[in-house]
Write a protein that binds this ligand. Structure first.
Ligand code: UT7
Length: 326
């Protein structure tokens, strides 16, 4: 029986830091408001000439090096993103080319902040079914390019970056124990980018330029996020016949400190078991979980045998979890 095992992780972030104090000079906000409502202190912002693929490729190279896997041995590349380099071709194909991963089938997954978990779930299925042996799953975003820097409701939240993982077929019992992914299309209008698709094409002069920015009903998304992430986490625990107390480290999507605290409370998880880095990076959408996973891995927060629970929620709505025996 084949299982899928994470053998390498990597991440990459822009060098430029935008602090809450910087934002207070741009819109009517304050470090106190942003910190108390979100927990975010600063975020990374890409420079001219840096794209989603820039960070995705760097994160992928670091994950490949840790796993000791050559790009030409990859047979699958999945990128979760809502900020691809171009509407088409997929940014995954650009990454495939840059890495020299000639044998890999490559495609993007559009599942907003759940993009990495969706990708992980697909890679897990490919590996369990024998269709893939060495997969690269990435979450990468340059959200700063679709944020309205005049809208204090959204511009304080988001950041840029990428995280990646190498997933290999293994005969061990360790590895990905289960993934659960969900969609609730009834709520798509609560978090979306109105412009640049076929409904409001960029080339149409009638398209409102403001439609190219992220639009979000923050309060509503907040409530759904807490419920959805709890549901996804419980699905993982129930499917594996375990309790939250069995979890060594909980790595949730990094959108809002209050959302994470609410879920940890519902699951009865102590603060020492919850990984948080959103104070440094803000919400990096599909990149948030793989960046956190890489940091936890490299900083020794994850040890062999640990049970890791990943939990995501995003536009669509999409949500999901993955339980991993490290
Ligand atoms: O990653 C995918 C999922 N996304 C999320 O999970 C985001 C979920 N939502 C949230 O995290 C929160 O709803 C926000 C952080 C976006 C907003 O926090 P909130 O506690 O829901 O605030 P609010 O939207 O209810 O706004 C409260 C007040 C409003 O003023 P009034 O109408 O009460 O006078 C806002 O205009 O705070 C005001 N406000 C701000 N004030 C200072 C909104 N943004 C700011 C700001 N600085 N940046």
């Amino acid at each position: 029986m084949l299982t899928a095992k994470i053998t390498g992780t990597g991440s990459a972030l822009p060098a430029k830091i935008l602090t809450n104090a910087d934002l207070a000079l741009m819109v009517d906000t304050s470090d106190e408001w942003i910190t108390s409502r979100t927990g975010i202190k600063e975020r990374r912002i890409s420079a001219d000439g840096e794209y989603t693929s820039t960070f995705a490729i760097e994160a992928a190279r670091r994950a490949l090096a840790m796993a000791n896997v050559l790009p030409e041995d990859l047979d699958l590349i999945i990128l979760g993103t809502v900020t691809p380099d171009f509407p088409f071709p997929s940014t995954a194909c650009i990454i495939q080319n840059e890495l020299g991963a000639h044998k890999a089938v490559a495609f993007d997954v559009s599942a907003a902040c759940s993009g990495f978990i969706y990708g992980l779930s697909i890679a897990d299925s490919f590996i369990r079914s024998g269709r893939s042996r060495k997969a690269l799953v990435i979450g990468a975003e340059v959200l700063s390019r679709i944020v309205d820097w005049k809208d204090r409701n959204t511009c304080i939240l988001f950041g840029d970056g990428a995280g990646a993982a190498i997933i290999e077929a293994s005969g061990d019992q360790d590895g990905i124990r289960s993934t659960h992914i969900f969609s609730n299309g009834a709520c798509w209008e609560l978090l979306y980018q109105p412009g640049s698709g076929s409904r409001n094409p960029a080339a149409n002069p009638a398209t409102d330029p403001a439609s190219f920015f992220i639009r979000m009903e923050g309060n509503e998304v907040y409530k759904h996020a807490v419920r959805g992430m709890e549901e996804a986490a419980m699905a993982a625990l129930d499917a594996n016949g375990i309790n939250a107390s069995d979890i060594s480290l909980f790595i949730p999507h990094q959108a809002n400190r209050r959302i994470i605290d609410a879920i940890a409370k519902r699951l009865d998880l102590g603060a020492d078991k919850v990984f948080i880095n959103l104070h440094r990076y803000g919400n990096t959408s599909s990149a948030s979980i793989p960046i956190a996973l890489d940091e936890a891995n490299r900083n020794g927060r994850i040890k062999p045998g640990d049970l890791i629970l990943l939990d995501a929620f995003g536009g669509g709505f999409t949500y999901g979890s993955a339980l991993i025996r490290w």
